[in-house]
Design a protein around this ligand. Sequence first.
Ligand code: PEP
Length: 230
Amino acid sequence: MIYAANFKTNHTRASTHAYVEKLNSALSAKKPEDKVYIFPPTTAFDHYEGDFTIGVQNAHEAYNGAFTGEIGVEQLDEFGIRTIMIGHSERRGILRKSQDQVIEKFSYFEKEGFEILYCIGEPLSIRDIGEDAVYRYLKAQLNGIDISYEKLIVAYEPIWAIGTGRSATVKEITTVHKELKAMINRPLLYGGSVNLKNIDEIRSIEEVDGVLIGSASLDAENFSKMILGS
Ligand code: PEP
């Protein structure tokens, strides 16, 4: 299983150090095949050590240059970061990134050989129309993306389940993951209000290869408990 923590705009470098220290003591008990990712804010980057991978929540598609307010590969190289999240719904929605911009970023970081955690997910208005509309929407978000990229991980995150406390049901996750798995031969994570109470049933779904966790990952002990299981 893959366990990815998305800190979003939470935590500082000091609190991330404290987090990593707590997480490391728990991770010695994790299953060897489990893989853990942490996506802290970029100001928290440092040379962390442990059985996890640090990724970046976003970066500009350039090595360096005149891109005020952005960071590029040069800044990521300083911390040895080779994993990037692309297409998160908060970037698509709040930060108004179009599919074309997402594709451009994906292509650049694929060429750079980064591992890419690519997020897709439908809004409630699409879910309310029905399953076929959901599949069409998700397929459009895979348009222009090299879904055979060997360093690709996909996360299905229905927008109505993110940060709302309302996770998709086991049935909803299973049907969407089955549909996506028929198209993509890469690890497929579920994200959206995964927490200590629902993680066991979510990880027991055959088509779920891991979870992307926001709110419930912010506390190291909570995230550790989710990884280690009951
Ligand atoms: C996310 O933003 O990727 C996410 C899954 O958030 P939450 O767990 O808080 O729903």
